[in-house]
Structure formats: C-alpha cells, structure tokens
Design a protein around this ligand. Structure first.
Ligand code: GRF
Length: 191
C-alpha cells in the first residue's frame, strides 16, 4: 500500500509513522510522499531527513496531482489543518484517515483542532480524554472511527501539558497502528 502523509506543522505524528515503518509496526505499506499546505512546516524537514519526497501545495488540484503521480492508495492526515472539499474526499472515498486529539464525539467538529481541543476538555472538566483515528468524510471529524486511546487528565494540567500527554500516550501509538490496519486491508483488497 502506497501511503501519503499530509501535514501542516511540527510533524510529530509523521515522525511516529516514519519510526513505525522503520520498526516494522507498519509493514503493509510505505510512506511514499509527504504533502504540506505550509512551506514552513517542520514536518518537511523530517521528510527530507528520511529521504521521503515532499510537496508543498496550497491548492487541492496540486495535492490531487501529487497523489495521483505517486499512485497513492492511502492518505493519512497527521496534524493537517485544512478542511478538504467534498470533491477531494469523494475522489479518495474510504482512503483518507485522520488523527483527532480527543475521544470523538467529544470536543470535535468545526474549529476543534490543535491546542483548542485540550482547552475545551479542561474547561469542561473531563477526567479522561484521548485521541481518535477515523475515516474522513464530508462532516469534520464525522467519519467511521477506527481506533481510540484514552489518556487521564491530571490536576493542574495546562492545555500544553495535556496536549503533550495525549500526543505521547495516544496519538503517536494509535496513528501508526491504524495506518497498518488500513494498509493491510487495502493490500488484501478488503476495502
Ligand atoms: C497536534 O495537536 C495533534 O493533536 C494534531 O495536530 C497537532 C500537531 O501535530 N493532530 P503534529 O506534531 O504536526 O503531528
């Protein structure tokens, strides 16, 4: 399975995917392309350092052209902060997965991304939060859930401290696992 990872920022989830491919956790697919909608994304540095072709694209047409030229089978959104159009999503029906830093259906939907998700969780006073990997459909954070992992919220947590814990203890674990699961299904023609 030929995988593309779409990024916008630091790329710590991309790094987790790269490390998972090296360690064999991801063995049914390989990362062939990284696409960023921002030229200053540190994720691009991570791709370069690991010999992965990278593309900076602002328009969806450019993204689609890059995905088609690389004959991509699975698109993984890893800290990608742009809402994709229904046309893009239909073009890659059931072939796009996303990591959301909360337990969907909590703290998700339009405007719920990055640090703000953790601010919402702390404001609400939940004792448990976590991360979700789901298929992408036209509804922001609305697609079928693939994997989730819970993380405890501790007394005195700031949004930054909570975000770090959710990344380390949930995101960086379930995104590689889900990517392997879906890559294997695609490889075996089961989706
Ligand atoms: C993190 O908040 C993550 O939860 C979300 O995007 C942010 C940055 O991720 N998916 P990354 O370090 O760019 O992978």
């Amino acid at each position: 399975t030929r995988i593309a990872v779409m990024v916008s920022g630091g790329g710590t989830n991309l790094q987790a995917l790269i490390d998972a491919q090296k360690s064999g956790i991801i063995h049914s697919g390989q990362i062939e392309l990284v696409i960023s909608n921002r030229e200053d994304a540190y994720a691009l540095e991570r791709a370069k350092r690991n010999g992965i072709p990278a593309l900076v694209a602002k328009q969806e047409e450019e993204m689609i052209r890059g995905l088609e030229e690389a004959e991509i089978d699975l698109v993984v959104l890893a800290g990608f902060l742009k809402i994709l159009s229904p046309a893009f999503i239909r073009r890659f029906e059931n072939r796009i997965i996303n990591i959301h830093p909360a337990l969907i259906p909590s703290f998700c939907g339009k405007g719920a991304y990055g640090l703000h998700v953790h601010e919402m969780a702390l404001d609400y006073g939940v004792k448990v939060t976590g991360a979700t990997v789901h298929f992408v459909n036209e509804v922001p954070d609305g697609g079928k859930i693939i994997l989730q992992k819970a993380v405890e919220v501790r007394e005195g947590d700031t949004p930054e401290v909570l975000q770090r814990r959710v990344m380390e203890q949930a995101e960086w674990i379930i995104l590689p696992k889900a990517t392997e699961m879906i890559s294997e299904k695609i490889l075996e023609g089961r989706i």
